[in-house]
Design a binder for this molecule. Structure first.
Ligand SMILES: Cc1cc2nc3c(=O)[nH]c(=O)nc-3n(C[C@H](O)[C@H](O)[C@H](O)COP(=O)(O)OP(=O)(O)OC[C@H]3O[C@@H](n4cnc5c(N)ncnc54)[C@H](O)[C@@H]3O)c2cc1C
Ligand code: FES
Ligand code: FES
Length: 1318
């Protein structure tokens, strides 16, 4: 039979298809539905989610769930209905309430993640169907989806607005209701949702398809669907004649293993009844190997006999991947991956602890064996055995007054429910009995102790520990001995990251399980202290202002509903022309070497390859240039010599993106390092070889005061302290992408996802050796930039342009996540050594430091770093300040500007020094901060003319205001109490001020009024999700409103801001530095002033003639009749003396650190930020929260590292973890201070894009404080790794880092103390 299915109700019948084609590939390449986005291709981001509906003819029931279209194979959706976000609602048929609520809660910024988020929520709602949809489900519905812009809070609010148990007043700032509205009004103003009306129905035509008994036609689809074990067996018997085979269920395994191999046939084993059944009886539960994890969870939760254990297994399994992975991934697939490919599985660990068995098909035989034995077999995948089912025995051991069993599972992962593999998992089962009343204590009668994911071959049972404990009366010394034994068993393989940490986690889990049994003495019950996750809550204080209406109002972001439905067009959504080719970069893996040759593996040109372009293909009149800033240029390709690992060597051009990517991985580059000098791979090497980038004196900040004198005045000093900071990757959800089209007369048109189209344009022209008027670069929207789509977007667009120019065919490139990560560069790593002098009351007297910045090989914008770093670093009155900052040129990846480049490091360095001063004085760090905050006078000393007027220095006001609103003092006391009462959890609270210098840059703008009165606007700035278009639209409405005719106050909806076109508007510059929105606004305001001046005489004349009201349309018609020029353009040039200014904010964060795992939970963050008179408080709030959460990633979780050759180690969502909904502050309160009039600012507004990122340091500092408490405590156990309060907390403070500072061996030391009677 044919492959037939529906997408958004539309029928699709496919004659034949390569069986490895994913649903995502099909949707994006063969349908108009582009809301499914490719963010990672490995199940890790949620951008590609769709709803899958399957009809069960026998039950006449439709089952629905969300799935990852990037992993699902097209053939497996035969007979199903697929719904994408545009299928829920769209411009034509009307938006879905989910879309409208996402827009109204300001939950979409760049919009790239939004369709996937909407599908996640929709799927949760549709599954709730007749049940209540709760706040808890709402929060979890988006747990595995990534968003890099919003910080999640508004997304969660949009989801919670659908929950039946929501307290509507708990929902955050939105455009549905105003502050003070009653609950009834609030409820009524939400776009109504009615499941009957808003749930998508299953297409009738699919219901009529006869049951798919014969499966797809084998010959056309190479897809075989056996319907019984016997059939499967026959297929396997014939395997050798068929060719290579792959069994599949959900195919999610390819998310991890990225199939290198191509298979001749796929065998879909999901339709075999024996493998899809769930059977329960008093002996236990049997789960077919093809049962999905979600269905297994439901069955385990329902099972009542072994309720306690099964429920816990189910609860643990709910932390696997995300909803979509659990909906398609099978139990069998997981076990086989663990067995044959060392996958760090949670399920194997859980099942080992309950002594599960498996059934396997081996030839014609069915074998039963214990899971333990199964794991020890040679690879099942190699032996063509099939896992049929799993049997979990009932765990209803006879319990009486004196005996009881316990089951608990553990999992330490960077994100608890947000799609992250664990460092270690464990599951323990124990039957224990109480001793005679005379003998206090508990004896272990039997136990199963399973551990996994620690870096061994597979999950294991710690049998020696089990035997040791069995029959023993639990005591501190018994547990201590057990721990010792366990450490000999948990031995991570070589090259496993953080081996000691993993070992200590295993020990910690064992301790957490048995310790309460010792402490509880006779009592056996109620030992389960498992904390349930608290709900997220938030509050926002936002002042809308109506002085310049509609500027100052919380207008919904332009295109937010379009972004939610997925109709918003990103570069890769532009329909592909038939003859379009696709490019992928081949990059170097050597830091400095001659390139001898480039070929493909086995000298076979891979399928679809059309050309391989290198620097030799650059036209003679052109140049090898790939990027450009005012500070320098970078080459497009390495020439004869590669100068850093990750450098572009060639562009392979093929017929599809899949083929181009594949070919790039098959490329073989031969290097030669003979007669090539040693590469410079560290900043220390750079110093030795004096390899530095020049920093122009105008970009090099000045020192302040007399440091020698300051040091003399110091009563105390810290000398030669050192600090290192690493990098951070942008993780924009839309990877780098461009599409180039050749045009007549040596012209080329390029669609680029870029923050700097003007520069892209110039680079392309120079590279191709053509005049700039031959090039046109168009950018409509960018799916997240954060600085990464500025300089680093240029070579992508240039390479495509080169391909198009040379091959005279359109060339597109959509970088895969791995290559993007390898080339992106990200933040600058740096090393700082400092001396600081201070008085004994904490007052600073002098700071001097040297700093080495690793800029990599290309100039990029690195020479601005010293200036950027010194801006926020001067936030404290250091007394005197001097420094020596070197921008090192190394043979490493070129680093670039990432949101708050240098500023976040500068601000953090100041905090780190303050922390060390406080700890050396044993003073409260908050007091040290306060005493060193600038007075206005010292502010002027450190910032000179940019300090502004005295009343603009709002930092002290913010400092005090937040102290009150966050109840800082009371909470600091409570934290102290908590720390006294709790041994294994410690809290910290910290208040951090920020001061961030920004600079306006010249920006063009153009406003044109069309004959029907509608208005079209062009600006230099690019919409990268930061709400620039929205603010510009508001400003134009305000500016033209000055004409004051009837209806002119309602112009907002008549204005459209259009894509940037570098020939339409020149000199657009860079969208960077937080000020592009305000500069673009000012540019269009000036245009409006011109237009209003031109319209005014006509208006006055019409008023006289009409003696009544003149409408906007009448005015414009008349102006057209009089041929008044209704298009005005300008270049806004900020005043030199006031173009730079300071932004202020304060953040307080409170965290709780789990000493056993090193996990830091952010209990609460409070922020106050001075936005001047916000141009749009909804947009600014989004910027503040989003930046804070991105900062959180930098300070707490994101590791972007390189190997010894300088090649980036992290490859995608498996090893690069950005924050998810479960890692943001549990309570998140943000206040935007409307600090009134600022005469030199654009309508008194101030920037918000980058500065709030710096506030995330408050979380890091609070963590440091909690760790300090833990270390103080361990000193009292005579245990000290390092010296008490004197330590540096690295950035990021990941779980292994935190744990190692709290003490990897704290459990052992604690037990020793107990044994010794302490
Ligand atoms: C993003 C993501 C996050 C994840 N997070 C976790 C996690 O936190 N914890 C965890 O434990 N797991 C996790 N997983 C793994 C996930 O559970 C497995 O990918 C899934 O269960 C595999 O099932 P599948 O049906 O998709 O297998 P498939 O991908 O279809 O198959 C996997 C492999 O097993 C073979 N196979 C499948 N079934 C059988 C069978 N019955 N007999 C013999 N061979 C078979 C296939 O040929 C293939 O080689 C994650 C996966 C992803 C993609
Ligand atoms: S693209 Fe499918 S999950 Fe990221
Ligand atoms: S809005 Fe979520 S990634 Fe941009």
């Amino acid at each position: 039979m044919d492959l037939e299915f529906a997408v958004n109700g539309e029928r699709f019948k496919i004659d034949s298809v390569d069986p490895s084609t994913t649903l995502l590939e099909f949707l994006r390449l063969n349908t108009p539905f582009k809301s499914v986005k490719l963010g990672c291709g490995e199940g890790g981001c949620g951008a590609c989610l769709v709803m899958l509906s399957r009809y069960d003819q026998e039950l006449d029931q439709v089952k629905e769930c969300s799935i990852n279209s990037c992993l699902t194979l097209l053939c497996s959706v035969n007979g199903c209905s697929i719904t994408t976000s545009e299928g829920l609602g769209n411009t034509k048929k009307g938006f879905h309430p989910i879309h409208k609520r996402f827009a109204g809660f300001h939950a979409s910024q760049c919009g790239f993640c939004t369709p996937g988020m909407c599908i996640s929520l929709y799927s949760a709602l549709s599954n709730a169907d007749n049940k209540e949809f709760t706040v808890s489900e709402a929060e979890k519905s988006v747990a595995g989806n990534l968003c890099r812009c919003t910080g999640y809070r508004p997304i969660v609010d949009a989801c919670k607005s659908f929950a039946s148990d929501v307290d509507i007043e708990d929902l955050g700032f939105n455009s549905f209701w105003k502050k003070g509205d009653s609950k009834e009004v609030m409820l009524k103003s939400l776009p109504p949702y009615n499941p009957k009306e808003h749930l998508v129905t299953f297409p009738e035509f699919l219901k009529k398809i006869k049951k798919l008994h014969n499966g797809l036609d084998h010959s056309r689809y190479r897809w075989i669907t056996p319907f019984s074990v016997a059939e499967l067996h026959n297929i396997l018997e014939d395997a050798d004649s068929i060719g290579s085979l792959k069994l599949v269920v959900g195919n999610t395994g390819t998310g991890y293993y990225k199939d290198e191999e191509r298979f001749d046939r796929y065998i879909d084993i999901s339709q075999i009844p024996e493998m899809s059944m769930i059977k329960k009886d008093e002996k236990g539960i049997e789960i077919g190997a093809a049962v999905t994890i979600s269905n297994a969870i439901d069955a385990l939760k329902e099972e009542s006999k072994s309720f306690y254990v099964f429920k816990k297994i189910a609860a643990h399994m709910e932390k696997i991947g995300n909803h979509a992975i659990r909906n398609s991934g099978s139990i069998g697939g997981n076990l086989v991956m663990a067995q044959s490919r060392k996958f760090p599985s949670d399920i194997t660990t859980l099942l080992l602890a309950v002594d599960a068995s498996v059934y396997m098909l081996n030839g014609r035989k069915t074998e039963k064996m214990r899971l333990e034995e199964f794991l020890e077999l040679p690879s099942v995948l190699d032996s063509k055995r099939v896992l049929l089912k799993v049997e979990i025995p009932s765990c209803t051991a006879a319990c009486g007054d004196d005996t009881e069993f316990f089951f608990k599972s553990y999992r330490a992962a960077p994100r608890s429910i947000g799609n992250a593999l664990p460092y270690v998992n464990a599951a323990f089962f124990a039957l224990v009995s109480r001793q005679e009343p005379s003998r206090k204590g508990v004896t272990v009668d039997k136990c199963f102790l399973a551990f996994g994911s620690y870096g061994g071959d597979h999950s294991i049972r710690a049998v020696e520990v089990e035997s040791f404990l069995t029959g023993k009366l639990l005591s501190y010394s018994v547990l201590y001995e057990a721990v010792g034994l366990l450490k000999g068993i948990i031995v991570p393989e070589k090259d496993t990251p953080h081996p000691e940490y993993r070992k200590s986690l295993a020990v910690g889990f064992l301790f957490e399980f048995f310790y309460p049994l010792i402490e509880s003495g006779h009592r056996l019950h109620n030992l389960d202290t498992g904390k349930s996750l608290p709900f997220l809550s938030s509050s926002q204080q936002v002042l809308e202002s109506n002085e310049y209406q509609p500027v100052g109002e919380a207008v919904i972001k332009v295109g937010a509903t379009l972004q939610a439905s997925g109709e918003a067009v990103f570069v890769d959504d532009i329909p592909t022309l038939q003859d379009c080719l696709h490019g992928a970069f081949i990059y170097s893996t050597e830091p400095l070497a001659k390139i001898k040759s480039i070929s493909f593996r086995e000298n076979v040109t891979p399928t679809g390859v059309f050309a391989v372009l290198t620097f030799k293909d650059i036209p003679d009149q052109g140049q090898n240039i790939g990027s450009k800033t005012v500070l320098g240029t970078g080459p497009l390709f390495a020439d004869e010599l590669t100068r850093f690992a990750g450098q572009r060597i060639a562009l392979v051009v093929a017929d599809t993106q899949k083929h181009a990517d594949k070919a790039a991985t098959l490329a073989v580059v031969e290097y030669d390092t003979k007669n090539v000098e040693e590469p410079i791979l560290t900043v220390e090497d750079a110093v030795k070889r004096s390899s530095f980038f020049e920093v122009l004196p105008m970009l090099y900040p000045e020192s302040v005061g007399d440091v020698l004198k300051g040091m003399e005045e110091a009563e105390r000093k810290i000398i030669s302290a050192e600090l290192r900071l690493g990098s951070q990757y942008f993780f924009y959800m839309e990877p780098q992408t461009a599409l180039a089209l050749p045009d007549e007369d040596n012209c080329v048109k390029v669609f680029s996802s870029s923050q700097a189209p003007e520069y892209v344009h110039a680079v392309i022209a120079t590279c191709l050796g053509i005049q700039e008027h031959n090039v046109r670069v168009i950018t409509r929207r960018v799916g997240g930039g954060f600085g990464g789509k500025a300089v680093k977007s240029m070579p992508v667009a240039t390479a495509c342009a080169l391909g198009a120019f040379k091959l005279q065919r359109p060339v597109k490139m959509y970088m895969n996540r791995k290559t993007d990560m390898i080339m992106a560069g990200g933040r600058h790593p740096m090393k700082i050594s400092y001396n600081v002098g201070f008085r004994s009351d904490g007052k600073l007297t002098a700071l001097e430091f040297t700093m080495l910045i690793d800029a990599g090989f290309e100039t990029d914008v690195s020479p601005i770093l010293p200036r950027n770093i010194m801006g926020p670093l001067r936030k404290y009155d250091w007394g005197a300040l001097s420094f020596d900052i070197k921008v090192c040129k190394t043979n490493c990846l070129s680093r670039t500007a990432m949101r708050a480049p240098g500023e976040v490091q500068g601000s953090y360095i100041a905090e780190s020094i303050i922390e060390n001063v406080a700890s050396s004085l044993q003073m409260d760090v908050d007091a040290v901060r306060k005493i060193n905050l600038h007075s206005y006078d010292s502010l002027r000393k450190f910032y000179k003319h940019i300090a502004g007027d005295p009343d603009e220095y709002t930092l002290p006001l913010l400092w005090d205001k937040l102290e009150k609103s966050s109840k800082y003092k009371e909470r600091a006391e409570m934290v102290k109490e908590f720390n006294v009462c709790n041994v294994w959890r410690k809290r910290g609270i910290s208040r951090v001020p920020i001061l961030h210098q920004v600079m306006q840059r010249p920006t063009p703008g153009k406003v044109s009024i069309l004959s029907d009165g509608s208005i079209v606007v062009e600006v230099g700035g690019i919409e990268i999700g930061q709400g620039l278009w929205t603010k510009v639209q508001q400003m134009v409405a305000y500016g033209l409103g000055m004409v004051k005719c009837e209806g002119s106050e309602k112009l907002l909806e008549r204005i459209r801001v259009v894509q940037s076109d570098t020939l339409g508007m020149i000199q657009g510059g860079f969208t960077a530095g937080s000020t592009t929105s305000e500069s673009s606004c000012e540019a269009v305001r000036l245009c409006c002033v011109t237009l209003v001046e031109r319209l005014k005489p006509t208006m006055d004349q019409m008023m006289i003639e009409k003696l009544g009201s003149v409408t906007w349309n009448m005015l414009i018609q008349q102006a057209y009749a009089q041929t008044i020029n209704l298009s005005a353009s300008t270049m806004y040039k900020p005043e030199y003396s006031t173009m730079e200014y300071l932004n202020y904010g304060v953040g307080v964060s409170e965290v709780e650190v789990d000493i056993v795992t090193g996990k830091t939970e952010i209990l609460q963050s409070d922020i106050i930020y001075d936005s001047g008179k916000s141009l749009n408080p909804a947009v600014d709030l989004g910027q503040i929260e989003g930046a804070f959460v991105q900062g959180l990633g930098f300070f707490m979780i994101e590791e972007y590292t390189t190997d010894e050759k300088g090649l980036v180690v992290q490859e995608g969502t498996w090893d690069y973890k950005i924050p998810t909904v479960d890692t943001i502050p549990k309570h998140f309160n943000v206040e935007i201070l409307n600090s009134g009039h600022h005469k030199n600012r654009v309508l008194s507004s101030k920037a918000s894009g980058e500065p709030p990122l710096l506030l995330a340091a408050s979380v890091h500092c609070a963590t440091r404080s909690a760790i300090r408490e833990a270390r103080k405590q361990s000193l009292s156990w005579n245990y000290n790794e390092g010296s008490g309060s004197d330590f540096e907390l690295p950035v990021p403070a990941t779980m292994p880092v935190v744990k190692s500072l709290c003490g990897l061996y704290s459990v052992e030391k604690y037990l020793q103390g107990k044994i010794n009677g302490q």
